[in-house]
Ligand binder design. Sequence first.
Ligand code: BYC
Length: 318
Amino acid sequence: MSQNEIKDLEKIFEEKIARDERIEPKDWMPEKYRKTHIRQISQHAHSEIVGMLPEGNWITRAPSLRRKVALLAKVQDEAGHGLYLYSACETLGISREELYEQLHTGKAKYSSIFNYPTLTWADIGAIGWLVDGAAIINQVPLCNTSFGPYARAMVRVCKEESFHQRQGYEIMLTLCNGTEEQKEMAQDALNRWWWPSLMMFGPTDEESTHTEQSMKWKLKRKTNDELRQQFIDQTVPQADILGLTIPDEDLKFNNDTGHYEFGEINWDEFWQVVKGHGMCNKERISARKNAWDNGEWVRDAAVAYAEKNSEKEIQQAI
Ligand code: BYC
């Protein structure tokens, strides 16, 4: 393709983005746009799949049948989110095998939050309330992201995240209205999950490598700092209703700006976790690798079955 032809295609692409039209898999797109989408969508998919692990750990220990059913449904939803996202990512010309390979070898990241352990039942409440709460804030703008398959996948994901957030908050509410010991458990979970939840939104805008370009392409609709602030403003009043204390001595409402000011995030901890040195990084990756290895016979059987069926169809057509 000549330079002029590429320039013409770039112009059409930029105009589509400016008009808020969706870019679809068969449309021409700059190589960097394609790559950055593979990066973000696949990391998002990996986060959903790895995100099943800390909660899956509590399915057999949920305190009642009702809690077990709700948690089971939530974890299954997360598998579904991973699958829509992997499918959306595949439309950009990368295979599922390559994506898994990137996760298993540490080439692709997944959300830092899932490298923390779930120590008590209250952690399941805190994850639903805070982690899914943060996920909704981050993902609602993605329903308007410029790449069609990603935007469409996000609509259903966000609806389901809403249910997840509510089930988490309801667990916290029940614990906070329970015995003194249960309320302490809820406070302890908040103390451990608050700061990692703020880190989920990524580094500050100043430190973020991708935000500027991703905002121009309308992949990101809001910056990391904007979303983090929105989460804090929304969540602090919810903690007040629970009667819990946010573990941040510097937290205070600023009447002039209408926002909460908050303390310094431990960015050193964030980068340590992102680089693979968090409490559960090794455990999470080895669980995913085992699942892949143990699933080999299922993949083989599915391929053999598909081949047998297509042979049958050919025979019938003859
Ligand atoms: N953890 O330039 P930046 C869920 C990396 S699933 C690890 O700001 P970007 C749920 C970043 O990848 C939640 N790494 O990046 C599931 C980049 O490194 P690379 C997942 C992080 O992409 C189950 C570098 O730091 N949600 O909610 O513009 C149960 C510089 O960052 C993190 C999504 O994936 C992190 N927290 O912005 C319950 C949403 N933050 O790639 C709940 C979609 C940053 O250059 N993703 N990094 O090696 C996004 O919105 C954006 O990718 C992010 C980061 C805001 C996360």
